[in-house]
Design a protein around this ligand. Structure first.
Ligand code: APR
Length: 236
């Protein structure tokens, strides 16, 4: 890796995958319009009704398998020609990886994986992906495997490495997130005073409480990110 390349950290949310056909959470047709978080995205829900929770995430996985990366994802890959790019995503889909991004850190888990409910380090690929996690698929302790997803109320193990990446960044690109969920939403405040911060989102200009340094760009990821990348490639 060429050490004197500028470092770009991308903080992406559900909005970057919206144009790939994956529902966001809090937009009008969002997931939390049709499901209650407490029914499908908490440890209590998993204990109370594992079949409902596992079924919910198997539906998410089916949506992801049908989706393809969009120009927002692929433009970020192009940046790697001139910058040291690290993707920190709240998304559980693998569209950044499928687009070709080399460094992707998932804050809220990975829909392609399952994990033991006893040993959090026992994380395995779901095979075959098309079948999802099956009821009766047990870990070595004889307990049902669970989705490798961070539920509300659970720790976000990757937040420390993510914060370190932001601290080292020259440029931070926040793309397609409502900045509703902490600690992910607080990552931008780890940026150095001299770092540039951009926020790309159709609602970016109405965002509240943003650091005054943040340059807001109202737009969809599929068009605004390639435009941003064009500018950054010229500046490099
Ligand atoms: N391009 C860019 N941004 C978009 C697009 C688009 N085409 N369409 C919608 N958006 C924006 C919305 O304006 C909104 O700001 O994407 C954002 C989606 O916000 P949320 O649905 O809240 O998704 P996100 O911020 O990623 O949620 C964070 O909440 O439920 C938890 O764990 C879940 O990771 C998720 C976290």
């Amino acid at each position: 890796m060429n050490e004197n390349r500028k470092k770009i950290v991308v903080l992406s949310g559900a909005g970057i995958s919206a144009e790939s056909g994956i529902q966001t959470f809090r937009d009008s047709d969002g997931l939390w319009e049709n499901y209650r978080v407490e029914d499908v995205c908490t440890p209590e829900a998993l204990a109370r009704d594992p079949e409902l929770v596992i079924g919910f995430y198997n539906q998410r996985l089916a949506q992801v398998l049908k989706a393809k990366p969009n120009p927002g994802h692929t433009a970020l890959v192009e940046l790697e020609q001139k910058y040291d790019v690290r993707i920190v995503t709240q998304n559980i889909d693998d569209l950044h990886e499928r687009a070709g991004s080399s460094n992707v850190l998932h804050l809220h888990g990975d829909i392609r994986k399952k994990r033991s409910q006893v040993d959090p380090d026992d994380i395995e690929d779901i095979v075959p992906l098309e079948k999802g996690i099956r009821m009766g698929d047990l870990d070595r302790y004889g307990k049902q495997f669970r989705p490798h997803i961070v539920f509300f109320g659970e720790a976000v193990p990757n937040i420390e490495p993510a914060a370190k990446l932001v601290e080292e960044a020259d440029i931070v690109l926040i793309i397609g997130t409502s900045l509703n969920v902490y600690p992910a939403a607080g990552l931008m405040y780890y940026a150095r005073p001299d770092a540039k911060i951009y926020y790309i989102d159709p609602k970016a200009e109405s965002a509240k409480g943003l650091d005054k340094r943040v340059v807001c760009i109202a737009g969809k990821a599929g068009t605004a990110v390639p435009e941003m990348v064009r500018q950054l490639m010229e500046e490099a």
